[in-house]
Design a binder for this molecule. Structure first.
Ligand code: HEC
Length: 259
């Protein structure tokens, strides 16, 4: 018993120190409720559709999403636009295709099978247009950054005037949540910047949440299927445990107890 208490005390002491050291280094991100967190988490369809709108109308002029195709927008577990809507979305973009019989490249309206169109021809062109900084591809950006969704959600709302004594070069902005606080992307969001098709008020907070939800789905399109599978696995394990327990009792019941 004594050693058990000793163990408990040591355990708490260890947990205590590790929590302390964490809180000392960590930036406090802005908090919001994500519908997709937790064992039963699901994406909010409305938020995904609005997030797609924010991405297209605001972010897509600089950031590519090269792993997404227009047909993904209609798939289960995603924004679940109807096939007709996804076709219309695809057709609203000009896609470069070719060469044709004369050996020339040409443009045509997008199809469901096309990848999202890229804002720039190549990395150099993207850098040249953004003061030397490359707007990263956003297909899996949520996974590429420590802090994930909370980080991106906060970053979009983290623009501030620089504190006294910090001077910024042209094209560099102060952001509370960016590593080193300096970012070569200007503040992109302002209240009412987009007009949501479903009538939701487009506050900076709302747009940040919606576009981040959309980015989360892009990085983890099978999240909902995974959550369903996890739940099934747990039910299966509970049943299995019960079966093993009762069969064990039965097997051992044949052995005579010594008196
Ligand atoms: C005018 C071009 C432009 C637009 C529009 C734009 N960005 Fe950026 N973004 C950039 C550039 C350039 C960088 C790289 C900044 C750097 O490395 O300092 C960047 C970086 C980022 C980063 C990564 C920060 C990091 O940790 O490295 C995120 C996240 C991001 N943008 C999100 C968005 C979202 C979401 C939108 C749409 C709401 C958006 N951006 C719109 C140019 C843009």
């Amino acid at each position: 018993m004594k050693s058990f208490f000793k163990f408990l005390i040591l355990l708490f002491a260890f947990l205590g120190t590790s929590f302390n050291s964490n809180s000392a280094e960590k930036v406090e991100y802005l908090k919001t409720d994500w519908s997709f967190k937790g064992l039963f988490g699901k994406f909010d369809r409305g938020s995904l559709q609005r997030g797609y709108q924010v991405y297209t109308e605001v972010c897509s002029s600089c950031h590519s999403m090269k792993y997404l195709s227009y047909r993904n927008l209609a798939e289960k577990g995603g924004p679940e636009f109807t096939i007709e809507q996804a076709k219309a979305i695809a057709a609203s973009f000009e896609v470069k295709d070719g060469p044709n019989a004369d050996g020339d490249m040409f443009t045509r309206p997008g199809k469901l099978s096309d990848k999202f169109v890229m804002p720039y021809e190549n990395v150099k062109a993207a850098q040249a247009a953004n003061g030397g900084a490359y707007p990263p591809d956003m297909s899996v950006l949520v996974k590429a950054r420590g802090g994930g969704v909370d980080y991106i959600y906060s970053l979009l709302q983290g623009y501030e005037d620089p504190p006294a004594g910090i001077s910024l070069d042209d094209g560099v902005y102060y952001n509370k949540y960016m590593y080193g606080n300096k970012i070569k992307m200007a503040n992109q969001l302002s209240d009412g910047l987009v007009e949501y098709a479903d009538g939701t008020t487009a506050s900076v907070e709302q747009m940040s949440k919606d576009v981040t939800t959309f980015l989360m789905w892009a990085a983890e399109p099978h999240l909902e299927a995974r959550h369903r599978m996890g739940f099934k696995a747990i039910v299966y394990l509970i049943i299995l445990t019960a079966l093993v327990y009762f069969s064990m009792k039965r097997i051992w019941s044949r052995i005579e107890t010594e008196v």
